[in-house]
Write a protein that binds this ligand. Structure first.
Ligand code: GDP
Ligand code: MG
Length: 203
């Protein structure tokens, strides 16, 4: 048979991994660049710029530790979760003046993580609204900065007005394993949502 599968040889071929696109969103200074840098296997491609005089009136530095750079275009990284599953991470720009990039970035994304800092939850409202409106599955990850009060998930959920099916996890964006767990949660949730929407509606 011309196109027959030759048994044996097939198994040895390296698996062609599934690649998924995941967005890393959340407001200014919540830890997006940190998270992408912590997990990425490739040197993260970043476009950081010194916070300029021009940006000063709009970049609210209140409550953000020692932040002297800002991501102008995006953070980009890659992580192999399993030999057959590779994630490409795209950090969204945190400032409102770069909103025009979001629709481009969101093209083809399986899901998103919205990072949140409990001291400045409102920084992440816009990202949550954005994904809710577009129907892009997202998971909220509270980046537990030291010095920030710890709140029970239920209060964070209520403050962010999250739908019951949106997962909320705690993380330390600087820790590779922690950041990886967040990404696993994002993929699992997005896949569960995708499976649900594929099911025929029975009445
Ligand atoms: N203590 C602490 N600092 C963090 C954590 N994540 C990020 N940072 C710091 O917070 C600042 C903002 O993080 P960054 O990743 O640049 O935020 P972005 O604007 O969302 O990309 C940086 O100075 C980071 O070093 C964290 O989990 N704990
Ligand atoms: Mg950044």
């Amino acid at each position: 048979m011309a196109f027959g599968r030759s048994s044996g040889g097939r198994k040895k071929r390296p698996v062609e991994p599934v690649t998924l696109k995941i967005l890393v969103a959340g407001g200014f200074g919540v830890g997006k660049t940190t998270l992408v840098g912590a997990v990425s296997e490739i040197r993260p491609l970043r476009t950081e710029e010194n916070l300029s005089e021009a940006g000063r009136p709009v970049d609210d530095l209140h409550g953000v530790e020692a932040k002297s750079t800002t991501t102008v275009a995006m953070d980009f990284g890659r992580i192999t979760l399993r030999e057959d599953l590779v994630l490409y991470l795209f950090g969204t720009p945190g400032q409102d003046r770069f909103w025009f990039l979001w629709d481009e970035l969101a093209q083809g994304a399986l899901g998103a993580v919205v990072l949140a800092d409990t001291r400045r939850l409102e920084e992440s409202f816009a990202a949550i609204d954005y994904f809710e409106r577009r129907g892009i599955p997202f998971t909220v990850a509270v980046n537990c900065f030291e010095g920030a009060a710890r709140f029970p998930s239920e209060s964070v959920r209520a403050a962010l007005d999250l739908d019951a099916d949106v997962p909320l996890v705690m993380c330390d964006a600087r820790e590779r394993e922690s950041a990886k767990e967040v990404l696993v949660a994002v993929v699992e949730h997005a896949m569960a949502v995708a499976a649900r929407t594929r099911e025929p509606v029975t009445t």
